[in-house]
Design a protein around this ligand. Structure first.
Ligand code: MN
Length: 128
């Protein structure tokens, strides 16, 4: 099972993500803004980060760029949580360094399948 960091300012979405991930057996860390999310990622080195794009301080894409530019956190896969899945969105998310994205509202099966795929990718890459 994995250690997963959820960075999401919306309490309803955060609680739902935590519930689903815990039910799937994962250890979950949570942050409500980019600053605390980045600090948590540096301290905890999670196996996966779920990053909301719209956060109260720094936006999630800028936060992802910082994480991917930092040797301490650049191996950690980041899945963007986006409320606006539109044409061009995936390219924007990938350009920021995200490894994938999940559109909100969260759909249980798709959410868990995307998380499992991202974690399988990290295992295959042989992360320590
Ligand atoms: Mn948000």
């Amino acid at each position: 099972m994995a250690k997963i960091l959820v960075v999401e300012d919306n309490a309803t979405n955060r609680k739902l993500a935590l519930l689903l991930l815990r039910k799937a057996g994962h250890t979950v860390l949570e942050a409500v803004d980019a600053d605390s999310g980045i600090a948590c990622a540096r301290a905890e080195r999670p196996d996966l980060i779920l990053m909301d794009i719209q956060l109260p301080d720094l936006d999630g894409l800028s936060a992802t760029r910082l994480l991917k530019a930092d040797p301490a956190t650049q191996c950690c896969p980041v899945i963007a949580l986006t409320a606006f899945a539109m044409r061009g969105d995936e390219e924007r998310v990938r350009a920021a360094g995200c490894d994938g994205y999940i559109a909100k509202p969260i759909e249980y099966r798709h959410f868990l399948a995307t998380v499992a795929e991202a974690l399988a990718g990290t295992t295959a890459a042989g992360r320590p």
